[in-house]
Design a protein around this ligand. Structure first.
Ligand code: ATP
Ligand code: MG
Length: 332
């Protein structure tokens, strides 16, 4: 079985619709066909200012949401990144192989540090793409299911795998991005020129899966469209409407042409009302299942402990090989 690896940050508490459609939904499907490793990336979550108690609670909450979304600990390895110290260890080696200019070109860093103010952005934020390189290479992942915003980091991973293999001998598997075209980028409902994001969305444009379903419905109904009334998929002329069609289509399994036909001549109100209903039907049981997992923290923690053990077995082997190749003297 080919291997997949991916992660999600435990910042912000609730996952949003972009996380689900762009990434987590694919994770659930891939556990059936792949040897799948999925993690809550708490090391990444401290690249921006954070509160310890909130981080702890959100890490459990992220794991609960992943289970609620359909990850099955018998079919995949689900773990917390900081439980596997090899991530930080391999990241150091990768930091030393990355050019300063190369790291400076990462657009996610540029976006996030610009928002922080250059002086306040941490060095951790600067090197977080390189930690991500280590995350992926440690598991010898063949594919990495993510949203479009992560494509550049997977390119960097490929460059560094190639560089390490070339310099020290064949060590790492060359990973490929696994990005589904339709859902690669879900947009903010109030500003369809920016991606829906935990850290950068407008509150009204961000569909949190754990919001009250009423709130979700309201946000869908007040989504920004355009001054025209025609329901047509056209990302250039009609980014708002196209975003709604993508969401509708993916959540219901209805093709976009079929939706265009169904809503021909009906106007945006009808589309939004029906999509609001679809969303409510999706988030209501999701929220309930998440709460059930949270209500049983012992089971949740034991799932994560088993996951960490399985992950460490793989990560430790890769790290040992990489350390040896680099020339570190084995500890006897
Ligand atoms: P932040 O803004 O803090 O980076 P985020 O919203 O990007 O948060 P992450 O935890 O960084 O959330 O991302 C988890 C996964 O969700 C990644 O694979 C990412 O590519 C994907 N993802 C995030 N936002 C979107 C989006 N709007 N559309 C599609 N996929 C997305
Ligand atoms: Mg992100």
């Amino acid at each position: 079985r080919p291997r997949v690896l991916s992660g999600i940050q435990p910042t912000a508490g609730s996952f949003h619709l972009g996380n689900y459609l762009g990434a987590v939904r694919q994770w659930v499907a891939l556990q059936e066909t792949h040897d799948a490793f999925y993690m809550v990336v708490d090391l990444h979550a401290i690249t921006l200012p954070q509160d310890p108690d909130v981080l702890r609670a959100n890490t459990r909450l992220a794991a609960a949401q992943l289970l609620a979304a359909g990850l099955d600990p018998d079919r995949c390895t689900l773990f917390v990144q900081s439980h596997v110290p090899e991530h930080a260890q391999l990241a150091w080696v990768m930091n030393c192989l990355t050019g300063f200019g190369e790291a400076s070109r990462m657009t996610q860093f540029k976006d996030k540090s610009a928002k922080q103010g250059a002086d306040r952005a941490s060095v951790g934020l600067f090197t977080y793409p390189i930690l991500q390189v280590a995350d992926i290479l440690l598991y010898q992942a063949d594919e990495v299911p993510v949203g479009e915003d992560q494509r550049q980091h997977i390119e960097l991973t490929r460059d560094l795998a190639d560089r390490f293999n070339g310099r020290f001998g064949e060590t790492f598997t060359m990973p490929k991005p696994y990005i589904l075209k339709e859902t690669a980028k879900i947009y903010d409902l109030q500003d369809p020129s920016i991606k829906m994001s935990k850290s950068a969305s407008t509150p009204k444009g961000l569909i949190n899966l754990l919001d009250e379903p009423k709130t979700t419905a309201k946000k869908v109904k007040s989504a920004v469209t355009d001054t025209d009334t025609v329901i047509r998929y056209d990302v250039v002329e009609k980014p708002g409407v196209s975003n709604l069609l993508t969401i509708f289509s993916t959540l219901t399994g209805t093709g976009i042409p079929e939706l265009e036909e169904r809503y021909a001549g009906k106007g945006y109100g009808a589309l939004k009302t029906d999509l609001a209903e679809v969303m409510v039907e999706f988030v209501t049981p999701f929220k309930e299942r998440t709460q059930q997992y949270l209500d049983d923290p012992e089971t949740l923690d034991s799932v994560l402990a088993k996951g960490a053990e399985k992950a460490r077995a793989v990560a430790a082997e890769t790290l040992a090989r990489a350390y040896d190749r680099v020339g570190f003297l084995p500890a006897k």
